[in-house]
Design a protein around this ligand. Structure first.
Ligand code: NAD
Length: 369
């Protein structure tokens, strides 16, 4: 680092998740004592029980009102812990009866990827709004069926893209799109972790739909789209997978991809299941912004480089990313607004994922219409 370079810690106050949704704040939300939006959680696995369910207490407009699980014991234990009545516990067979439960407004699907479509469609048919985890589904065709089911039922469909409600990511989007970095030129986005147990559903293609790209690489892809606000027009990709590794019998390990955007931005992205990565950097003609780590559950850091100075900016979060995500859906239901991460957003990522796989398989760049 040269003499004229330094890191200056400066406090930047951000409204956290509120920034993403402030446009929706209105009288409908201000009413004291307004009925909270009730959520049913489908699939009581790791993400549901460790990240989502404990966050309802941080929300302003949401409450946990029902559980759907294949395990009666697990459901009963969690229901007691969260004050969910026994009548609001369902299993995968009687799930459709949730249609008769007036305490449930939203069904939140937190199941293995290949089950997202079925439970989204069943929830919409039961007259419920749907929040669905990423990736939206394992094919474009399934995503389209989910969008169509929610459209027909006149219900909202939102994806669990929590980073859109995370303060550092919101600030990085603002900086990247503000013009202060000059015209944007490149993005590097890296996401990966060391996949563990070969028996887990993530490493079983029929359940996961694919390897690292479906699970963690989608964060690199989604970031390039939200940072630029553009849709890529061309994609290239290279895969490396050691098929003798018991984890990678049916799914890919590393698949790196390049995206070209209409403005000329080129994104270089890493997606990996055998090495740890979590960061992105957006480089313009005048400087860059990076968030490193970018999309973990906590610990994000944001740095900006302009005029030969690198500055670390402290961002104060007023609402955590999960509370922001859950409240955003509630606000959209109350105001009639479209979620900022709706079904089309999920579909766009899955469409590009299919093109990335094709580019790697065929060893050529693929044009995206
Ligand atoms: P998990 O394995 O911990 O939980 C999966 C749940 O689905 C379990 O309760 C399991 O019993 C249930 N299930 C029902 N049928 C099953 C079947 N046939 N095989 C396996 N499990 C079955 O997984 P997870 O980490 O909670 O992931 C669930 C979803 O959430 C995935 O779509 C994943 O991509 C997503 N996720 C998102 C984030 C995020 O940060 N947004 C983080 C983790 C997971």
């Amino acid at each position: 680092m040269g003499n004229n370079e330094f890191i200056d810690r400066r406090s930047v106050v951000a409204a956290g998740a509120g920034l993403a949704t402030s446009a929706l704040a209105g009288p409908a939300l201000a009413q004291p004592g307004a009925r909270k939006i009730g959520y049913a959680i489908v699939g009581l696995g790791s993400y549901a029980t460790r990240q989502i369910m404990p966050r309802f207490k941080d929300t302003e407009h949401c409450r946990l009102t029902a559980l759907v699980s294949g395990s009666p014991e697990k459901a009963a234990k969690l229901a007691a812990e969260y004050g969910v009545p026994a009548r609001s516990i369902y299993n995968y067979q009687n799930f459709d009866r949730i249609a008769d439960n007036p305490d449930v407004d939203v069904v939140y699907v937190i199941l293995p990827n290949s089950m997202h479509m079925e439970y989204t469609v069943r929830a919409a048919r039961a007259g419920k709004h749907v929040m669905c985890e990423k990736p939206m589904a394992i094919s474009v065709r399934e995503c389209e069926q989910m969008i169509e089911a929610c459209r027909r039922a006149n219900r909202k469909l939102m994806l669990g893209y929590r980073s859109r409600f995370q303060a550092h990511n919101i600030e990085a989007i603002r900086i990247a799109r503000s013009g202060e970095l000059g015209p944007l030129r490149t993005i590097t986005a890296e996401h990966g972790f060391n996949a563990g147990d070969p028996a887990q559903w993530r490493l079983n293609r029929p359940l996961s739909g694919g390897g690292s790209l479906m699970d963690i690489g989608v964060y690199s892809l989604n970031a390039t789209r939200y940072l630029t606000g553009e849709e890529p027009v061309e994609v290239a990709a290279v895969e490396h997978t050691d098929r003798s590794d018991p984890r990678f019998r049916t799914v890919e390990d590393t698949i790196n991809f390049m995206l070209r955007f209409p403005s000329g931005v080129i994104a270089n992205c890493i997606s990996a299941y055998s090495s740890a990565h979590n960061r992105y950097r957006v480089v313009g003609s005048n400087g860059w912004v990076e968030v490193d780590p970018a999309t973990p559950y906590s610990g994000q850091q944001l740095r900006v480089r302009l005029r030969n100075q690198t500055q670390e900016r402290e961002i104060r979060e007023t609402k955590n990313q999960w509370a922001g995500q859950l409240d955003h859906m509630a606000e959209c239901i109350r105001t009639g607004a479209q979620p900022i991460v709706d079904g089309q957003e999920g579909l766009k990522d899955v469409r590009i994922i299919e093109a990335i796989y094709r580019a790697a398989r065929e060893g050529r760049t693929i044009k995206l219409a």
